[in-house]
Ligand binder design. Structure first.
Ligand code: ACO
Length: 192
């Protein structure tokens, strides 16, 4: 499994994963806007175990995180935002979502071998997340935010227990089907 930065050519496959895994879907141009505006912030997980049949064979994207900077922050504070994260059902509970969110600074522009990740992330320094570090160092982010359905236990546990996000508030009827969202935040002061 390789975890690497999103490239524009990945976008149709990321869109496919998003449509498969989540009811919140986006136009192609919105993915492209992320990739072109904040190329340091979005990552994909690629299953490299499947042999390439030809040089034109497409990568098998099994997970992605799409992230951006909030362009007009209502509180006036620069911050990042996780737009969307998902992992294909066939590849869940393997630590892929955590790895997508928690990138080692040592390998920012290289592919990343999942089997070696536990060791690399055992040191405190390496526990910092590349996405968040890029938000702070490149864009001056003070925190990172996201929304998650109140019923989404898997994602809640990932964000709260594994990654340290805090519940800020409940946003009533945030989703199109009327479900409430937790608005969650991770303070990035620890990186500065
Ligand atoms: N039940 C309980 N806890 C879970 C579950 C689950 N099914 N899945 C993950 N977790 C928590 C656990 O704490 C886990 O740590 P552990 O394995 O040591 O117990 C931790 O998250 C990390 O798990 P990963 O293996 O990295 O998570 P995975 O790769 O399976 O992806 C995800 C988790 C992204 C939530 C996946 O289930 C998914 O794609 N769900 C559908 C899409 C979705 O809900 N996306 C999030 C929407 S919110 C947003 O996009 C901002």
């Amino acid at each position: 499994m390789d975890i690497r930065l999103l490239q524009p050519s990945d976008i149709p496959h990321v869109q496919h994963a998003n449509i498969t895994n989540l009811p919140e879907n986006y136009f192609m141009k919105y993915y492209l806007y992320h990739a072109l505006s904040w190329p340091q912030l979005s990552y994909v997980a690629v299953d490299v175990s499947r042999p390439k049949k030809s040089p034109y064979d497409y990568p098998r994207i099994v997970g992605y995180v799409l992230a951006k900077m909030e362009e007009d922050p209502p509180d006036g504070v620069q911050h990042g935002h996780i737009t969307s994260l998902s992992v294909m059902r066939t590849h869940r509970r393997l630590g892929i979502a955590e790895k997508l969110m928690r990138q080692s600074r040592m390998f920012p522009f290289q592919t990343y071998n999942l089997s070696e990740s536990k060791e690399r992330h055992s040191g405190k320094e390496n526990r910092l997340m590349d996405i968040e570090r890029a938000m702070v160092e490149t864009f001056g982010a003070q925190y990172v935010s996201l929304h998650v359905r109140v019923s989404n236990n898997a994602a809640l546990r990932l964000y709260r227990d594994t990654l340290g996000f805090k519940n800020e508030k409940v946003e009533a009827k945030y989703y199109a089907d009327g479900e409430d969202a937790y608005s969650m935040k991770l303070d990035l002061g620890f990186i500065r």
